[in-house]
Design a protein. Structure first.
Length: 303
């Protein structure tokens, strides 16, 4: 089968389309004929070697984890899906391949495209994990730094569905979209504290940082405490007393995926596709992801 791999750390050009043996589902696993794969920032950070201390890589290595497709093999002990079911989930061996083996999955809503579904696994779990840790309550005000990306959009829609008032930072090109999903938009950068204070004169209760850009001091100033700020994007968190998620003992939150599917079926969740690339253009997809400032997800389509 065709798959994208890399044999050394480096730029997008180290990604190569190769022919490898098809994988097969083991006990508790399923195999899918892949239809689409989501590209996450962590994918290119692993490829570049930035996270080698946290995610040591054995070469040759597959690329990515987020995937959607049609079940074509069911391992021993699996009872929740059957051959022919449409699912999305996580492929530890790499998602950029014609066939992928999944260790956890959710049935795809019939009306949801494979492309949209492929953009959900990591962002929705990450968003749910951050919300679980921060525990904002209905009626409170939540600020999301980087609200137009996959994690930010997931957290925003989860929070809106819980009755929170959500303010989100994004580039001006994404403000209209954020407004359409119930988020109060503002720009990031210099003057953030003043802009958010004007939008929320009663204060901000919790802040989630999905973008980085050195915004933690401003988020702390707005909430009044490092304890009410959570980041997944700023390695300066520890020195500021901010929680960097996931922490060493922080539980996963796969329920975020199921929650996204349920909200989608109620018309309360969507994940826009920022751009589509074919499998043989995976390097271009990574380069695009590295540029940032996206609305939604970059997707690799696999025929």
């Amino acid at each position: 089968m065709k798959a994208v791999q890399f044999t050394e750390y480096g730029g997008p050009d180290v990604l190569t389309l190769v022919e490898i043996d098809e994988p097969h589902a083991g006990p508790g696993e399923i195999r899918i004929a892949t239809r689409a794969a989501g590209v996450n920032p962590v994918d290119w950070k692993i490829r570049a070697g930035y996270l080698a201390a946290y995610f040591p890589t054995r070469f040759p290595s597959g690329v990515g984890t987020d995937v959607s497709g049609v079940v074509d093999e069911v391992g021993d002990g699996v009872t929740t899906v059957s051959v022919g079911d449409e699912v999305f989930g996580t492929a530890p061996g790499g998602s950029l391949a014609e066939y992928t083996v999944l260790t956890d999955w959710v049935k795809k809503p019939a009306a949801m495209s494979f492309e949209e579904a492929a953009g959900l696994p990591l962002p929705t779990e990450t968003a749910q994990r951050m919300l679980n840790y921060a525990s904002p309550k209905p009626g409170q005000t939540l600020l999301i730094n980087g609200a137009a990306g996959g994690v930010g959009l997931s957290a925003a829609q989860f929070a809106v569905s819980e009755g929170l008032s959500v303010i989100g930072t994004a580039s001006e090109a994404n403000h209209e979209y954020l407004s359409s999903i119930g988020v109060i938009p503002t720009t990031y950068g210099e003057g953030l504290v003043e802009r958010v204070t004007a939008l929320a004169p009663g204060g901000v209760d919790v802040a989630l940082d999905a973008a980085g850009f050195g915004a933690l001091p401003e988020l702390m100033a707005l909430t009044g405490s490092a304890d009410t700020v959570v980041t997944v994007a700023d390695m300066a968190a520890a020195e500021l007393g901010v929680h960097l998620s996931p922490g060493p003992d922080e539980p996963r939150a796969p329920e975020g995926r199921t929650r996204a599917a349920e909200l989608f079926e109620r018309g309360s969740f969507r994940m826009p596709v920022a751009h589509r690339y074919p499998l043989d253009a995976a390097s271009a997809a990574h380069e695009h992801s590295q540029s940032g400032h996206l609305r939604g997800k970059i997707i690799v389509t696999i025929p």
